[in-house]
Design a protein around this ligand. Structure first.
Ligand SMILES: Nc1ncnc2c1ncn2[C@@H]1O[C@H](COP(=O)(O)OP(=O)(O)OP(=O)(O)O)[C@@H](O)[C@H]1O
Length: 606
Protein backbone atom coordinates (compact mmCIF):
# COMPACT_ATOMS: atom_id res chain seq x y z
CA UNK A 1 0.00 0.00 0.00
CA UNK A 2 2.88 2.31 0.86
CA UNK A 3 4.23 1.95 -2.67
CA UNK A 4 0.82 2.86 -4.14
CA UNK A 5 0.52 5.94 -1.96
CA UNK A 6 4.09 6.98 -2.82
CA UNK A 7 3.41 6.38 -6.51
CA UNK A 8 0.21 8.45 -6.35
CA UNK A 9 2.08 11.30 -4.63
CA UNK A 10 4.90 11.05 -7.18
CA UNK A 11 2.48 11.08 -10.11
CA UNK A 12 0.55 14.07 -8.74
CA UNK A 13 3.79 15.99 -8.15
CA UNK A 14 4.95 15.18 -11.66
CA UNK A 15 1.60 16.27 -13.10
CA UNK A 16 1.55 19.47 -11.04
CA UNK A 17 5.05 20.31 -12.24
CA UNK A 18 3.97 19.60 -15.83
CA UNK A 19 0.82 21.78 -15.80
CA UNK A 20 -0.71 22.76 -12.48
CA UNK A 21 -3.69 24.67 -13.94
CA UNK A 22 -4.79 21.78 -16.14
CA UNK A 23 -4.40 19.35 -13.27
CA UNK A 24 -6.62 21.46 -10.99
CA UNK A 25 -9.23 21.78 -13.75
CA UNK A 26 -9.25 17.99 -14.21
CA UNK A 27 -9.59 17.46 -10.43
CA UNK A 28 -12.55 19.88 -10.23
CA UNK A 29 -14.39 18.39 -13.21
CA UNK A 30 -13.86 14.83 -12.07
CA UNK A 31 -14.94 15.50 -8.48
CA UNK A 32 -18.27 16.98 -9.59
CA UNK A 33 -18.74 14.13 -12.11
CA UNK A 34 -18.05 11.43 -9.52
CA UNK A 35 -20.31 12.95 -6.85
CA UNK A 36 -23.17 13.01 -9.35
CA UNK A 37 -23.39 9.19 -9.40
CA UNK A 38 -24.74 8.54 -5.87
CA UNK A 39 -26.97 11.61 -6.17
CA UNK A 40 -28.50 10.00 -9.28
CA UNK A 41 -29.33 6.90 -7.19
CA UNK A 42 -31.05 9.12 -4.60
CA UNK A 43 -32.95 10.80 -7.44
CA UNK A 44 -34.16 7.42 -8.69
CA UNK A 45 -35.54 6.59 -5.23
CA UNK A 46 -37.37 9.92 -5.10
CA UNK A 47 -38.69 9.34 -8.61
CA UNK A 48 -39.96 5.83 -7.73
CA UNK A 49 -41.66 6.98 -4.54
CA UNK A 50 -43.24 10.01 -6.26
CA UNK A 51 -44.42 7.94 -9.22
CA UNK A 52 -45.92 5.24 -6.97
CA UNK A 53 -47.68 7.95 -4.91
CA UNK A 54 -48.98 9.44 -8.22
CA UNK A 55 -47.22 12.76 -7.54
CA UNK A 56 -46.64 13.16 -11.24
CA UNK A 57 -45.32 16.72 -11.27
CA UNK A 58 -42.74 15.95 -8.59
CA UNK A 59 -41.80 12.72 -10.39
CA UNK A 60 -41.31 14.64 -13.65
CA UNK A 61 -39.07 17.24 -12.01
CA UNK A 62 -37.01 14.59 -10.30
CA UNK A 63 -36.50 12.50 -13.41
CA UNK A 64 -35.58 15.64 -15.38
CA UNK A 65 -33.00 16.43 -12.68
CA UNK A 66 -31.66 12.87 -12.90
CA UNK A 67 -31.36 13.21 -16.70
CA UNK A 68 -29.44 16.49 -16.32
CA UNK A 69 -27.11 14.88 -13.76
CA UNK A 70 -26.51 11.93 -16.09
CA UNK A 71 -25.57 14.24 -18.96
CA UNK A 72 -23.36 16.30 -16.62
CA UNK A 73 -21.64 13.15 -15.37
CA UNK A 74 -20.77 12.13 -18.92
CA UNK A 75 -19.80 15.62 -20.11
CA UNK A 76 -17.64 16.44 -17.09
CA UNK A 77 -15.87 13.10 -17.42
CA UNK A 78 -15.15 13.92 -21.05
CA UNK A 79 -13.78 17.40 -20.33
CA UNK A 80 -11.74 16.10 -17.43
CA UNK A 81 -10.28 13.50 -19.80
CA UNK A 82 -9.13 16.26 -22.17
CA UNK A 83 -7.32 17.99 -19.32
CA UNK A 84 -5.57 15.03 -17.74
CA UNK A 85 -4.63 13.41 -21.04
CA UNK A 86 -2.32 16.29 -21.88
CA UNK A 87 -0.93 16.43 -18.35
CA UNK A 88 -0.26 12.67 -18.57
CA UNK A 89 1.63 13.12 -21.85
CA UNK A 90 3.79 15.83 -20.33
CA UNK A 91 4.47 13.62 -17.31
CA UNK A 92 5.47 10.74 -19.59
CA UNK A 93 7.84 13.00 -21.51
CA UNK A 94 9.48 14.02 -18.22
CA UNK A 95 10.01 10.35 -17.31
CA UNK A 96 11.32 9.58 -20.81
CA UNK A 97 13.90 12.29 -20.32
CA UNK A 98 14.81 10.79 -16.96
CA UNK A 99 15.33 7.37 -18.57
CA UNK A 100 17.59 8.87 -21.25
CA UNK A 101 19.54 10.63 -18.49
CA UNK A 102 20.01 7.39 -16.58
CA UNK A 103 21.26 5.55 -19.64
CA UNK A 104 23.56 8.33 -20.82
CA UNK A 105 24.01 10.28 -17.64
CA UNK A 106 27.56 9.26 -16.89
CA UNK A 107 30.69 9.55 -18.97
CA UNK A 108 31.43 5.86 -18.35
CA UNK A 109 30.07 2.74 -20.02
CA UNK A 110 30.15 0.33 -17.05
CA UNK A 111 26.42 0.47 -16.42
CA UNK A 112 25.63 -0.67 -19.95
CA UNK A 113 27.59 -3.90 -19.42
CA UNK A 114 25.45 -4.90 -16.43
CA UNK A 115 22.67 -7.30 -17.54
CA UNK A 116 20.52 -6.21 -14.56
CA UNK A 117 20.76 -2.60 -15.70
CA UNK A 118 19.94 -3.61 -19.29
CA UNK A 119 16.87 -5.57 -18.11
CA UNK A 120 15.66 -2.62 -16.08
CA UNK A 121 16.13 -0.23 -18.99
CA UNK A 122 14.12 -2.56 -21.25
CA UNK A 123 11.30 -2.95 -18.77
CA UNK A 124 11.11 0.76 -18.02
CA UNK A 125 11.15 1.58 -21.76
CA UNK A 126 8.20 -0.78 -22.28
CA UNK A 127 6.27 0.42 -19.26
CA UNK A 128 6.74 4.16 -19.52
CA UNK A 129 3.67 4.43 -21.78
CA UNK A 130 1.57 3.23 -18.82
CA UNK A 131 2.60 6.20 -16.75
CA UNK A 132 0.70 8.41 -19.20
CA UNK A 133 -2.52 6.96 -17.82
CA UNK A 134 -1.23 7.11 -14.25
CA UNK A 135 -2.39 10.72 -13.80
CA UNK A 136 -5.87 9.65 -14.86
CA UNK A 137 -5.72 6.64 -12.54
CA UNK A 138 -4.76 8.70 -9.50
CA UNK A 139 -7.52 11.25 -10.14
CA UNK A 140 -10.08 8.53 -10.77
CA UNK A 141 -9.06 6.75 -7.59
CA UNK A 142 -9.60 9.99 -5.67
CA UNK A 143 -13.00 10.37 -7.36
CA UNK A 144 -13.93 6.78 -6.55
CA UNK A 145 -12.94 7.23 -2.89
CA UNK A 146 -15.24 10.27 -2.64
CA UNK A 147 -18.00 8.43 -4.45
CA UNK A 148 -17.72 5.36 -2.25
CA UNK A 149 -17.71 7.57 0.86
CA UNK A 150 -20.95 9.29 -0.20
CA UNK A 151 -22.51 5.96 -1.23
CA UNK A 152 -21.67 4.48 2.18
CA UNK A 153 -23.26 7.44 3.98
CA UNK A 154 -26.48 6.96 1.96
CA UNK A 155 -26.48 3.21 2.64
CA UNK A 156 -25.99 3.74 6.39
CA UNK A 157 -29.08 5.98 6.49
CA UNK A 158 -31.08 2.95 5.32
CA UNK A 159 -29.49 0.35 7.59
CA UNK A 160 -26.14 0.53 9.43
CA UNK A 161 -25.38 -3.07 8.37
CA UNK A 162 -25.19 -1.86 4.78
CA UNK A 163 -21.98 -0.01 5.69
CA UNK A 164 -20.35 -3.43 5.45
CA UNK A 165 -21.03 -3.59 1.71
CA UNK A 166 -18.04 -1.44 0.62
CA UNK A 167 -15.89 -3.26 3.23
CA UNK A 168 -16.81 -6.58 1.64
CA UNK A 169 -15.10 -5.27 -1.45
CA UNK A 170 -11.74 -5.02 0.29
CA UNK A 171 -10.77 -8.71 -0.03
CA UNK A 172 -11.05 -8.48 -3.80
CA UNK A 173 -8.78 -5.41 -3.79
CA UNK A 174 -6.19 -7.09 -1.57
CA UNK A 175 -6.30 -10.31 -3.53
CA UNK A 176 -6.05 -8.29 -6.75
CA UNK A 177 -2.78 -6.81 -5.56
CA UNK A 178 -1.49 -10.25 -4.65
CA UNK A 179 -2.44 -11.46 -8.12
CA UNK A 180 -0.64 -8.51 -9.69
CA UNK A 181 2.51 -9.28 -7.67
CA UNK A 182 2.44 -12.82 -9.05
CA UNK A 183 2.22 -11.48 -12.59
CA UNK A 184 5.02 -9.00 -12.06
CA UNK A 185 7.33 -11.64 -10.57
CA UNK A 186 6.66 -13.89 -13.57
CA UNK A 187 7.42 -10.98 -15.89
CA UNK A 188 10.69 -10.29 -14.12
CA UNK A 189 11.65 -13.96 -14.07
CA UNK A 190 11.20 -14.15 -17.83
CA UNK A 191 12.74 -10.74 -18.61
CA UNK A 192 16.00 -12.17 -19.94
CA UNK A 193 14.16 -14.71 -22.06
CA UNK A 194 11.90 -11.97 -23.41
CA UNK A 195 14.97 -9.92 -24.28
CA UNK A 196 16.44 -12.88 -26.15
CA UNK A 197 13.17 -13.45 -28.04
CA UNK A 198 13.08 -9.81 -29.10
CA UNK A 199 16.73 -9.93 -30.06
CA UNK A 200 16.08 -12.96 -32.27
CA UNK A 201 13.17 -11.16 -33.90
CA UNK A 202 15.34 -8.10 -34.48
CA UNK A 203 18.05 -10.34 -36.00
CA UNK A 204 15.55 -11.92 -38.35
CA UNK A 205 14.19 -8.58 -39.53
CA UNK A 206 17.01 -6.01 -39.25
CA UNK A 207 18.62 -4.96 -42.54
CA UNK A 208 22.09 -5.33 -40.97
CA UNK A 209 21.69 -9.09 -40.40
CA UNK A 210 19.11 -10.10 -42.96
CA UNK A 211 21.60 -10.68 -45.81
CA UNK A 212 23.60 -13.26 -43.92
CA UNK A 213 20.52 -14.89 -42.47
CA UNK A 214 19.04 -15.30 -45.94
CA UNK A 215 22.22 -16.61 -47.51
CA UNK A 216 22.81 -19.03 -44.66
CA UNK A 217 19.13 -20.09 -44.83
CA UNK A 218 19.04 -19.45 -41.13
CA UNK A 219 15.45 -18.10 -40.95
CA UNK A 220 13.94 -21.44 -39.97
CA UNK A 221 16.55 -22.05 -37.27
CA UNK A 222 16.03 -18.54 -35.90
CA UNK A 223 12.26 -18.97 -35.90
CA UNK A 224 12.57 -22.31 -34.14
CA UNK A 225 14.80 -20.79 -31.49
CA UNK A 226 12.45 -17.84 -31.16
CA UNK A 227 9.44 -20.18 -30.82
CA UNK A 228 11.21 -22.25 -28.18
CA UNK A 229 12.11 -19.10 -26.27
CA UNK A 230 8.63 -17.72 -26.58
CA UNK A 231 7.08 -21.00 -25.40
CA UNK A 232 9.30 -20.93 -22.31
CA UNK A 233 8.31 -17.32 -21.60
CA UNK A 234 4.62 -17.83 -22.22
CA UNK A 235 4.54 -21.00 -20.10
CA UNK A 236 5.80 -18.98 -17.14
CA UNK A 237 3.38 -16.12 -17.87
CA UNK A 238 0.42 -18.46 -18.52
CA UNK A 239 0.91 -20.17 -15.14
CA UNK A 240 1.06 -16.78 -13.43
CA UNK A 241 -2.05 -15.53 -15.29
CA UNK A 242 -4.03 -18.65 -14.31
CA UNK A 243 -3.13 -18.29 -10.65
CA UNK A 244 -3.87 -14.56 -10.75
CA UNK A 245 -7.30 -15.18 -12.36
CA UNK A 246 -8.18 -17.82 -9.71
CA UNK A 247 -7.20 -15.43 -6.91
CA UNK A 248 -9.22 -12.58 -8.40
CA UNK A 249 -12.28 -14.80 -8.83
CA UNK A 250 -12.05 -15.80 -5.13
CA UNK A 251 -11.90 -12.11 -4.14
CA UNK A 252 -14.96 -11.29 -6.28
CA UNK A 253 -16.90 -14.18 -4.72
CA UNK A 254 -16.74 -12.52 -1.27
CA UNK A 255 -18.23 -9.35 -2.70
CA UNK A 256 -20.89 -11.23 -4.68
CA UNK A 257 -22.08 -12.84 -1.42
CA UNK A 258 -22.22 -9.45 0.34
CA UNK A 259 -24.08 -7.96 -2.64
CA UNK A 260 -26.71 -10.72 -2.46
CA UNK A 261 -26.95 -10.22 1.34
CA UNK A 262 -27.55 -6.43 1.01
CA UNK A 263 -30.40 -6.87 -1.45
CA UNK A 264 -31.97 -9.66 0.64
CA UNK A 265 -31.78 -7.37 3.70
CA UNK A 266 -33.59 -4.46 2.05
CA UNK A 267 -36.20 -6.80 0.49
CA UNK A 268 -36.83 -8.26 3.94
CA UNK A 269 -37.21 -4.73 5.36
CA UNK A 270 -39.67 -3.88 2.57
CA UNK A 271 -41.65 -6.99 3.44
CA UNK A 272 -41.74 -5.85 7.08
CA UNK A 273 -42.98 -2.45 5.88
CA UNK A 274 -39.84 -0.68 7.14
CA UNK A 275 -38.64 0.24 3.64
CA UNK A 276 -40.41 1.45 0.53
CA UNK A 277 -40.00 0.37 -3.10
CA UNK A 278 -37.86 3.46 -3.63
CA UNK A 279 -35.45 2.22 -0.94
CA UNK A 280 -35.20 -1.15 -2.66
CA UNK A 281 -34.41 0.60 -5.96
CA UNK A 282 -31.88 2.80 -4.14
CA UNK A 283 -30.06 -0.15 -2.58
CA UNK A 284 -30.01 -2.12 -5.85
CA UNK A 285 -28.62 0.94 -7.68
CA UNK A 286 -26.05 1.74 -4.98
CA UNK A 287 -24.95 -1.88 -4.65
CA UNK A 288 -24.34 -2.00 -8.39
CA UNK A 289 -22.43 1.28 -8.09
CA UNK A 290 -20.32 -0.05 -5.22
CA UNK A 291 -19.51 -3.13 -7.27
CA UNK A 292 -18.49 -0.96 -10.24
CA UNK A 293 -16.54 1.38 -7.93
CA UNK A 294 -14.66 -1.46 -6.31
CA UNK A 295 -13.87 -3.22 -9.57
CA UNK A 296 -12.73 0.15 -10.99
CA UNK A 297 -10.62 0.89 -7.92
CA UNK A 298 -9.03 -2.57 -8.06
CA UNK A 299 -8.06 -2.07 -11.73
CA UNK A 300 -6.74 1.41 -11.03
CA UNK A 301 -4.80 0.19 -7.99
CA UNK A 302 -3.30 -2.57 -10.10
CA UNK A 303 -2.27 0.01 -12.69
CA UNK A 304 -0.77 2.22 -10.02
CA UNK A 305 1.05 -0.76 -8.56
CA UNK A 306 2.59 -1.22 -12.01
CA UNK A 307 3.56 2.46 -12.05
CA UNK A 308 5.08 1.91 -8.60
CA UNK A 309 7.24 -0.86 -10.02
CA UNK A 310 8.31 1.33 -12.93
CA UNK A 311 9.26 4.04 -10.47
CA UNK A 312 11.20 1.50 -8.38
CA UNK A 313 13.07 0.48 -11.51
CA UNK A 314 13.81 4.09 -12.35
CA UNK A 315 15.12 4.54 -8.80
CA UNK A 316 17.29 1.48 -9.22
CA UNK A 317 18.67 2.92 -12.49
CA UNK A 318 19.34 6.17 -10.65
CA UNK A 319 21.14 4.35 -7.81
CA UNK A 320 23.13 2.34 -10.31
CA UNK A 321 24.25 5.61 -11.88
CA UNK A 322 25.32 7.10 -8.58
CA UNK A 323 27.30 3.93 -7.70
CA UNK A 324 29.17 4.12 -10.99
CA UNK A 325 32.69 5.30 -10.57
CA UNK A 326 33.09 3.72 -7.16
CA UNK A 327 36.12 1.43 -7.10
CA UNK A 328 35.33 -2.15 -8.03
CA UNK A 329 36.55 -5.13 -6.08
CA UNK A 330 40.17 -5.66 -6.93
CA UNK A 331 40.55 -2.03 -7.96
CA UNK A 332 43.46 -0.21 -6.37
CA UNK A 333 42.33 3.34 -6.71
CA UNK A 334 40.20 4.21 -3.71
CA UNK A 335 38.79 7.67 -3.07
CA UNK A 336 41.35 8.16 -0.30
CA UNK A 337 44.15 7.96 -2.83
CA UNK A 338 42.53 10.41 -5.17
CA UNK A 339 42.81 14.13 -5.19
CA UNK A 340 39.93 15.61 -3.13
CA UNK A 341 39.65 18.57 -5.52
CA UNK A 342 38.92 17.82 -9.18
CA UNK A 343 41.68 19.19 -11.35
CA UNK A 344 41.15 21.19 -14.53
CA UNK A 345 41.77 19.60 -17.91
CA UNK A 346 44.90 21.32 -19.29
CA UNK A 347 44.40 23.69 -22.20
CA UNK A 348 47.36 22.04 -23.92
CA UNK A 349 49.32 18.86 -23.19
CA UNK A 350 52.90 19.46 -22.15
CA UNK A 351 54.18 16.06 -21.08
CA UNK A 352 51.65 13.64 -22.52
CA UNK A 353 49.75 10.62 -21.29
CA UNK A 354 51.27 7.93 -19.11
CA UNK A 355 49.74 4.57 -18.27
CA UNK A 356 51.09 3.06 -15.07
CA UNK A 357 50.48 -0.65 -14.45
CA UNK A 358 47.03 -0.43 -15.96
CA UNK A 359 44.95 -3.61 -15.74
CA UNK A 360 41.34 -3.98 -16.74
CA UNK A 361 38.52 -6.48 -16.31
CA UNK A 362 35.12 -5.73 -17.91
CA UNK A 363 32.39 -5.40 -15.26
CA UNK A 364 30.61 -8.68 -14.65
CA UNK A 365 33.40 -10.77 -16.17
CA UNK A 366 36.44 -12.37 -14.62
CA UNK A 367 38.81 -12.10 -17.56
CA UNK A 368 41.78 -9.77 -17.41
CA UNK A 369 41.70 -7.99 -20.77
CA UNK A 370 44.59 -5.58 -20.10
CA UNK A 371 47.37 -6.55 -17.73
CA UNK A 372 49.97 -4.31 -16.18
CA UNK A 373 50.21 -1.95 -19.14
CA UNK A 374 52.85 0.72 -18.61
CA UNK A 375 53.39 3.19 -21.39
CA UNK A 376 54.35 6.80 -21.99
CA UNK A 377 52.84 8.64 -24.93
CA UNK A 378 54.61 11.99 -25.40
CA UNK A 379 52.56 15.14 -26.07
CA UNK A 380 52.19 15.96 -29.75
CA UNK A 381 53.00 12.43 -30.87
CA UNK A 382 51.18 9.92 -33.01
CA UNK A 383 50.80 6.38 -31.73
CA UNK A 384 49.70 3.23 -33.54
CA UNK A 385 48.26 0.34 -31.55
CA UNK A 386 48.70 -3.05 -33.18
CA UNK A 387 48.04 -6.60 -32.15
CA UNK A 388 45.94 -9.63 -32.93
CA UNK A 389 42.15 -9.64 -32.69
CA UNK A 390 41.10 -9.51 -29.06
CA UNK A 391 44.53 -8.28 -27.89
CA UNK A 392 42.85 -5.38 -26.04
CA UNK A 393 43.43 -2.45 -28.43
CA UNK A 394 39.87 -1.09 -28.44
CA UNK A 395 39.68 -1.59 -24.68
CA UNK A 396 42.78 0.54 -24.19
CA UNK A 397 41.23 3.21 -26.42
CA UNK A 398 38.04 3.18 -24.33
CA UNK A 399 40.05 3.57 -21.13
CA UNK A 400 41.92 6.55 -22.57
CA UNK A 401 38.59 8.15 -23.56
CA UNK A 402 37.38 7.79 -19.96
CA UNK A 403 34.57 5.43 -20.99
CA UNK A 404 35.87 2.87 -18.50
CA UNK A 405 38.21 3.22 -15.54
CA UNK A 406 41.19 0.93 -15.04
CA UNK A 407 40.48 -1.89 -12.59
CA UNK A 408 43.91 -1.14 -11.20
CA UNK A 409 46.75 1.19 -12.11
CA UNK A 410 46.50 4.81 -13.28
CA UNK A 411 46.28 6.85 -16.42
CA UNK A 412 48.04 10.18 -15.99
CA UNK A 413 47.36 13.18 -18.18
CA UNK A 414 50.26 15.58 -17.76
CA UNK A 415 50.84 13.94 -14.39
CA UNK A 416 47.18 14.16 -13.19
CA UNK A 417 45.20 10.97 -12.68
CA UNK A 418 42.44 10.83 -15.30
CA UNK A 419 40.04 9.97 -12.45
CA UNK A 420 40.69 13.41 -10.95
CA UNK A 421 39.81 15.24 -14.12
CA UNK A 422 36.12 16.04 -14.67
CA UNK A 423 35.21 13.20 -17.03
CA UNK A 424 32.86 15.32 -19.15
CA UNK A 425 35.52 18.01 -19.63
CA UNK A 426 38.15 15.44 -20.60
CA UNK A 427 35.77 13.85 -23.10
CA UNK A 428 35.03 17.30 -24.54
CA UNK A 429 38.73 17.40 -25.53
CA UNK A 430 38.69 13.91 -27.08
CA UNK A 431 37.79 13.39 -30.73
CA UNK A 432 37.07 9.85 -31.76
CA UNK A 433 36.02 7.43 -34.42
CA UNK A 434 35.25 3.96 -33.14
CA UNK A 435 35.45 0.67 -34.95
CA UNK A 436 31.70 0.24 -34.45
CA UNK A 437 31.00 3.83 -35.49
CA UNK A 438 27.46 5.10 -35.21
CA UNK A 439 25.25 5.53 -38.26
CA UNK A 440 23.22 8.55 -37.25
CA UNK A 441 20.19 8.48 -39.51
CA UNK A 442 19.72 12.22 -39.32
CA UNK A 443 20.29 15.11 -41.71
CA UNK A 444 23.80 14.97 -43.15
CA UNK A 445 24.62 18.24 -41.38
CA UNK A 446 23.53 16.78 -38.04
CA UNK A 447 25.33 13.51 -38.68
CA UNK A 448 28.63 15.36 -38.96
CA UNK A 449 27.84 18.28 -36.61
CA UNK A 450 27.05 15.98 -33.67
CA UNK A 451 30.87 15.62 -33.37
CA UNK A 452 30.74 19.04 -31.67
CA UNK A 453 27.17 19.68 -30.60
CA UNK A 454 27.87 23.34 -29.75
CA UNK A 455 28.73 23.97 -33.42
CA UNK A 456 26.19 21.58 -34.91
CA UNK A 457 24.34 24.36 -36.72
CA UNK A 458 27.53 26.08 -37.80
CA UNK A 459 27.54 25.32 -41.52
CA UNK A 460 31.10 26.57 -42.02
CA UNK A 461 32.42 24.26 -39.29
CA UNK A 462 30.53 21.30 -40.76
CA UNK A 463 31.81 22.09 -44.26
CA UNK A 464 35.37 22.29 -42.95
CA UNK A 465 35.04 18.88 -41.29
CA UNK A 466 33.57 17.50 -44.51
CA UNK A 467 36.51 18.86 -46.47
CA UNK A 468 39.10 17.52 -44.02
CA UNK A 469 37.63 14.04 -44.26
CA UNK A 470 37.23 14.27 -48.03
CA UNK A 471 33.50 13.70 -47.71
CA UNK A 472 32.64 16.38 -50.29
CA UNK A 473 31.66 13.76 -52.90
CA UNK A 474 29.20 12.22 -50.45
CA UNK A 475 27.59 15.59 -49.74
CA UNK A 476 27.29 16.22 -53.49
CA UNK A 477 25.65 12.82 -54.05
CA UNK A 478 22.99 13.16 -51.32
CA UNK A 479 19.85 14.97 -52.53
CA UNK A 480 19.58 18.11 -50.42
CA UNK A 481 23.33 18.09 -49.64
CA UNK A 482 23.98 18.98 -46.00
CA UNK A 483 20.20 19.17 -45.46
CA UNK A 484 19.60 15.74 -46.97
CA UNK A 485 18.30 12.93 -44.75
CA UNK A 486 20.46 9.83 -44.39
CA UNK A 487 19.29 6.23 -44.02
CA UNK A 488 15.94 4.50 -44.15
CA UNK A 489 15.38 4.26 -40.39
CA UNK A 490 12.25 6.41 -40.30
CA UNK A 491 12.11 8.40 -43.52
CA UNK A 492 13.01 8.27 -47.19
CA UNK A 493 16.65 9.21 -46.67
CA UNK A 494 19.64 8.31 -48.82
CA UNK A 495 21.29 5.02 -47.86
CA UNK A 496 25.09 5.16 -47.84
CA UNK A 497 27.73 2.49 -48.29
CA UNK A 498 29.67 1.35 -45.23
CA UNK A 499 32.75 3.28 -46.39
CA UNK A 500 30.64 6.43 -46.86
CA UNK A 501 29.19 6.12 -43.35
CA UNK A 502 32.72 5.69 -42.04
CA UNK A 503 33.92 8.75 -43.95
CA UNK A 504 31.15 10.78 -42.29
CA UNK A 505 32.34 9.32 -38.98
CA UNK A 506 35.77 10.71 -39.80
CA UNK A 507 34.18 14.07 -40.56
CA UNK A 508 32.57 13.96 -37.11
CA UNK A 509 35.96 13.42 -35.53
CA UNK A 510 37.16 16.57 -37.30
CA UNK A 511 34.47 18.74 -35.74
CA UNK A 512 36.41 19.19 -32.51
CA UNK A 513 39.17 21.72 -32.93
CA UNK A 514 42.36 21.15 -30.98
CA UNK A 515 41.54 17.85 -29.31
CA UNK A 516 44.04 16.71 -26.68
CA UNK A 517 43.44 13.15 -27.80
CA UNK A 518 42.29 12.02 -31.22
CA UNK A 519 41.49 8.31 -31.26
CA UNK A 520 40.78 6.44 -34.44
CA UNK A 521 39.93 2.79 -33.96
CA UNK A 522 40.41 1.20 -37.37
CA UNK A 523 39.22 4.36 -39.10
CA UNK A 524 39.87 2.99 -42.54
CA UNK A 525 38.46 -0.52 -42.19
CA UNK A 526 35.65 0.20 -44.66
CA UNK A 527 37.63 2.55 -46.93
CA UNK A 528 39.17 1.75 -50.29
CA UNK A 529 42.96 1.85 -50.59
CA UNK A 530 43.10 5.36 -52.09
CA UNK A 531 40.74 6.76 -49.47
CA UNK A 532 42.71 5.07 -46.71
CA UNK A 533 46.00 6.45 -47.92
CA UNK A 534 44.51 9.93 -48.20
CA UNK A 535 43.02 9.67 -44.72
CA UNK A 536 46.32 8.80 -43.13
CA UNK A 537 48.32 11.39 -45.00
CA UNK A 538 45.74 13.94 -43.90
CA UNK A 539 45.91 12.71 -40.33
CA UNK A 540 49.69 12.80 -40.32
CA UNK A 541 49.61 16.48 -41.31
CA UNK A 542 46.78 17.31 -38.91
CA UNK A 543 48.31 15.43 -36.03
CA UNK A 544 51.59 17.31 -36.54
CA UNK A 545 49.65 20.61 -36.55
CA UNK A 546 47.54 19.72 -33.52
CA UNK A 547 50.62 18.37 -31.77
CA UNK A 548 52.42 21.68 -32.29
CA UNK A 549 49.42 23.78 -31.27
CA UNK A 550 48.09 21.95 -28.23
CA UNK A 551 50.34 18.94 -27.70
CA UNK A 552 47.41 16.77 -28.86
CA UNK A 553 48.07 13.06 -29.27
CA UNK A 554 46.79 11.08 -32.24
CA UNK A 555 46.25 7.43 -31.42
CA UNK A 556 45.07 4.98 -34.02
CA UNK A 557 44.41 1.29 -34.16
CA UNK A 558 45.13 -0.39 -37.45
CA UNK A 559 45.92 -3.79 -38.87
CA UNK A 560 47.52 -2.22 -42.00
CA UNK A 561 51.23 -1.91 -41.50
CA UNK A 562 51.69 0.48 -44.42
CA UNK A 563 49.74 2.92 -42.25
CA UNK A 564 51.10 1.86 -38.90
CA UNK A 565 54.67 2.54 -39.90
CA UNK A 566 53.90 6.28 -40.26
CA UNK A 567 53.33 6.61 -36.48
CA UNK A 568 55.97 8.18 -34.21
CA UNK A 569 55.48 5.31 -31.82
CA UNK A 570 54.06 1.83 -32.31
CA UNK A 571 52.72 -0.20 -29.39
CA UNK A 572 52.29 -3.92 -29.90
CA UNK A 573 49.72 -5.53 -27.62
CA UNK A 574 49.73 -9.26 -27.08
CA UNK A 575 46.98 -10.80 -24.96
CA UNK A 576 46.47 -7.61 -23.03
CA UNK A 577 50.14 -6.93 -22.36
CA UNK A 578 52.55 -4.55 -24.06
CA UNK A 579 54.81 -6.90 -26.01
CA UNK A 580 57.01 -4.13 -27.42
CA UNK A 581 56.98 -0.47 -28.38
CA UNK A 582 59.10 1.92 -30.39
CA UNK A 583 59.17 3.40 -33.88
CA UNK A 584 58.96 1.29 -37.04
CA UNK A 585 62.67 1.15 -37.64
CA UNK A 586 63.50 0.18 -34.05
CA UNK A 587 60.85 -2.53 -33.96
CA UNK A 588 61.91 -4.04 -37.29
CA UNK A 589 65.51 -4.11 -36.09
CA UNK A 590 64.41 -5.73 -32.85
CA UNK A 591 63.08 -8.69 -34.83
CA UNK A 592 60.27 -9.37 -32.36
CA UNK A 593 56.51 -9.81 -32.80
CA UNK A 594 56.12 -6.57 -34.78
CA UNK A 595 58.82 -7.53 -37.27
CA UNK A 596 57.21 -10.92 -37.67
CA UNK A 597 53.72 -9.47 -38.34
CA UNK A 598 55.11 -6.75 -40.60
CA UNK A 599 57.09 -9.18 -42.74
CA UNK A 600 54.13 -11.52 -42.97
CA UNK A 601 51.94 -8.72 -44.32
CA UNK A 602 54.67 -7.54 -46.70
CA UNK A 603 54.98 -11.08 -48.14
CA UNK A 604 51.22 -11.41 -48.63
CA UNK A 605 50.55 -8.03 -50.22
CA UNK A 606 53.70 -7.44 -52.27
N1 LIG B 1 31.90 -4.86 -23.38
C1 LIG B 1 32.65 -5.95 -23.15
N2 LIG B 1 32.35 -6.78 -22.15
C2 LIG B 1 33.10 -7.86 -21.89
N3 LIG B 1 34.18 -8.22 -22.60
C3 LIG B 1 34.53 -7.43 -23.62
C4 LIG B 1 33.79 -6.27 -23.97
N4 LIG B 1 34.37 -5.69 -25.03
C5 LIG B 1 35.45 -6.46 -25.35
N5 LIG B 1 35.54 -7.50 -24.51
C6 LIG B 1 36.59 -8.55 -24.50
O1 LIG B 1 37.84 -7.90 -24.33
C7 LIG B 1 38.83 -8.52 -25.11
C8 LIG B 1 39.60 -7.46 -25.91
O2 LIG B 1 38.70 -6.86 -26.79
P1 LIG B 1 39.11 -5.59 -27.67
O3 LIG B 1 37.90 -5.16 -28.41
O4 LIG B 1 39.79 -4.62 -26.81
O5 LIG B 1 40.18 -6.27 -28.66
P2 LIG B 1 40.88 -5.64 -29.95
O6 LIG B 1 42.34 -5.83 -29.77
O7 LIG B 1 40.40 -4.26 -30.19
O8 LIG B 1 40.34 -6.64 -31.06
P3 LIG B 1 40.02 -6.39 -32.62
O9 LIG B 1 41.32 -6.29 -33.35
O10 LIG B 1 39.30 -7.63 -32.99
O11 LIG B 1 39.19 -5.17 -32.71
C9 LIG B 1 38.12 -9.53 -26.01
O12 LIG B 1 38.40 -10.81 -25.49
C10 LIG B 1 36.67 -9.24 -25.84
O13 LIG B 1 35.91 -10.40 -25.80
Amino acid sequence: MRRIVLSAVFVLRLAAAADRARLLRAVGLMTVGYLATPVIALGLREFTDAALARRLEAATWVIAGVAVLLVLELMLGHFAHLSYFEVGELAETTLNEELVRHVNGSPGMERLDDPGFADNVNLVREELGNTRTAVESVLQLGGLALQTGLTTVVLVTLDPWLALLPLAALPSVLVGRWAQNLLESAKEASAENTRRTRHLLALATAPASIKEIRLFHAEAALLREQDANWSRTSAVLRRAHLRAAALRAAGQLVFALAYGGAITLVLWQAEQGRAGVGDVILVITLAVQVSVQVAGAATLLTGLQGVGRTLDRLTSLRDHGSREGEPREGGRATPAQRSPVPRAVPAALREGIRLENVSFVYPGTGRVVLEDVTLTIPAGGSVALVGENGAGKSTLVKLLCGLYRPTSGRILVDGTDLRDLPAGEWQARVASLFQDFARFELLLRENVGVGDVARMEDEQAVLKAVELSRAGRIVASVPGGLSGLLGHGYGQGTELSMGQWQTLGLARSHMREDPLLLVLDEPAAALDAAAEHAVFERYATLSAETGRRSGGITLFVSHRFSTVRMADMIVVLDQGRVAESGDHRALVTRRGLYAELYELQERIYH
